[in-house]
Design a protein around this ligand. Structure first.
Ligand SMILES: [Zn+2]
Length: 444
């Protein structure tokens, strides 16, 4: 391919929420240099142009998944992530999975935390061209207090468990945030809320004092590094926002106080409801407890009003798949949060696409550089057979994805070689309890 690529005859969804329009897109090197008639004129004057015919296709920015755990490898349980993921091997496996993302049109992700914090290394390897994968912004270990995150007693009282690190007291907080910045964190990730098994009926609770969260933000911001908080519950959201966090993840059960701060400071929110939405729609096929299905659906519905309000007021909502768990396998569900946004939050398809592209750039810390189809932007471009502005689900159909460009480079979309099982990687399960009803075939 020459240095100039003209993508012509397509319908452009530029990622800003604007309606689709017929236009050519001219790429030079790794950037888009012209859109519309100018693109054709400049291409006509050039000697060596590669033409990509996008007749019948939509030309749009690559998807940005603002919540994707590349090192978890479709885990089926917390113990698997905490204890089965070897460092080098999980990084190698993550690099395989990263290619699945590219083949699903995902050209950028925010990986908030990883086992052995090895997404940092994968990111650097991708940036150096050692392996192929999307643009990555990442955190190191998720910070938690001694109370833990969402793994209860599975998490050790101190040190690292899986992708978590316990920090106790001011000195450890300061030292760990600085260490993470040194090793290359793009974001500091804080598990602001967690479940205490004994008090699980209260839901997730805030496990940090306000001063501690303030301190994290102060140390990180001093070094120009943003902070993101996993927050479920009114108090965690409020305290995280008050501390000055730059991104709220989940954001369920928000109250007026939290809402006011988010509106006031325009703090982006990444609900990452694909996990729950998949449970709700497909859990019955996976043997998920019916009570759990109701709980998950309620989580989505209960937060719909606050998400609508935030969106209406111009607070960016980001799309996150929570890929890394078996219910949201890599490469399959990255588009789905857009479906959630349209179905539950009343967004138009174009608004949802804007969340997954232009707003997604916030997660990559590349606002104004990536996420829209316009001159001067990085050439992260998809060509889709179909019109996502009327049918968002076409973005989840692999056969419709005809071209992916990452920084102007055409991605090989041929299927990956099949993976075989890795010894000691998954927890083998014995299966469910063999009751008399099951034995006699009377239990469903
Ligand atoms: Zn997550």
């Amino acid at each position: 391919m020459s240095n100039l690529i003209l993508i012509e005859n397509g319908s452009v969804i530029d990622g800003t929420g604007r309606a689709p329009f017929a236009a050519s897109v001219l790429v030079h090197g790794d950037v888009i240099v012209a859109v519309g008639p100018q693109a054709n004129e400049r291409a006509a004057q050039a000697a060596d142009v590669t033409h990509v015919d996008a007749t019948g296709m939509t030309v749009m920015p690559g998807l940005i998944d603002a919540h994707c755990h590349l090192s978890f490898d479709d885990a089926e349980s917390n113990p698997e992530i905490f204890h089965q993921r070897r460092n080098a091997l999980s990084a190698l496996v993550a690099s395989y999975n990263a290619k699945k993302l590219l083949r699903a049109g995902v050209t950028g992700i925010l990986d908030p935390d990883s086992v052995h914090e090895n997404t940092v290394d994968l990111r650097d390897a991708i940036e150096a061209g050692v392996v192929d994968g999307p643009r990555i912004a990442c955190g190191c270990y998720a910070l938690i207090t001694g109370v833990g995150g969402t793994g209860g007693r599975l998490i050790a009282d101190e040190g690292v468990t899986g992708y978590y690190k316990v920090v106790q007291g001011k000195d450890q907080i300061v030292a760990e945030v600085r260490r993470q910045i040194k090793v290359g964190a793009d974001w500091i990730k804080v598990h602001v809320s967690g479940v205490v098994p004994r008090y699980a009926y209260r839901g997730e609770q805030c496990s940090w004092m306000q001063e501690e969260l303030d301190l994290i933000c102060q140390v990180a911001h001093d070094m120009g590094v943003p902070v993101m908080g996993h927050c479920r519950g009114a108090e965690p959201i409020y305290r995280a926002a008050k501390a000055g966090m730059d991104l709220i993840v989940h954001g369920t059960d928000m109250d007026e106080r939290g809402m006011e701060l988010l509106l006031d400071r325009k703090i982006p929110v990444c609900p990452a409801f694909t996990f729950q939405a998949n449970m709700v729609d497909f859990g019955h096929r996976l043997g998920t407890d019916p009570g759990l299905l109701k709980l998950f659906e309620r989580q989505i519905i209960n937060s719909a009003e606050s998400m609508r309000k935030l969106h209406a007021a111009g607070v960016p909502l980001l799309t996150g798949s929570e890929a890394g768990f078996s219910i949201v396998p890599y490469g399959l569900w990255h588009y789905r949060e857009m479906e959630v946004f349209t179905r539950y939050y009343g967004m138009t398809n174009l608004q949802a696409i804007q969340c997954a592209t232009q707003h997604g750039a916030i997660a990559l810390k590349m606002e104004g550089k990536v996420g829209t189809i316009s001159a001067g932007m990085k050439a992260d471009i998809l060509c889709i057979d179909g019109d996502p502005s009327t049918q968002i689900e076409v973005l989840g159909e692999p056969d419709r994805l005809k071209h992916v460009f990452l920084g102007g480079r055409a991605i090989d979309l041929s299927p990956l070689p099949e993976r075989k099982p890795i010894s000691g990687w998954k927890y083998p399960t014995i299966g469910r309890r063999l009751s008399r009803e099951v034995m006699q075939g009377r239990a469903s």
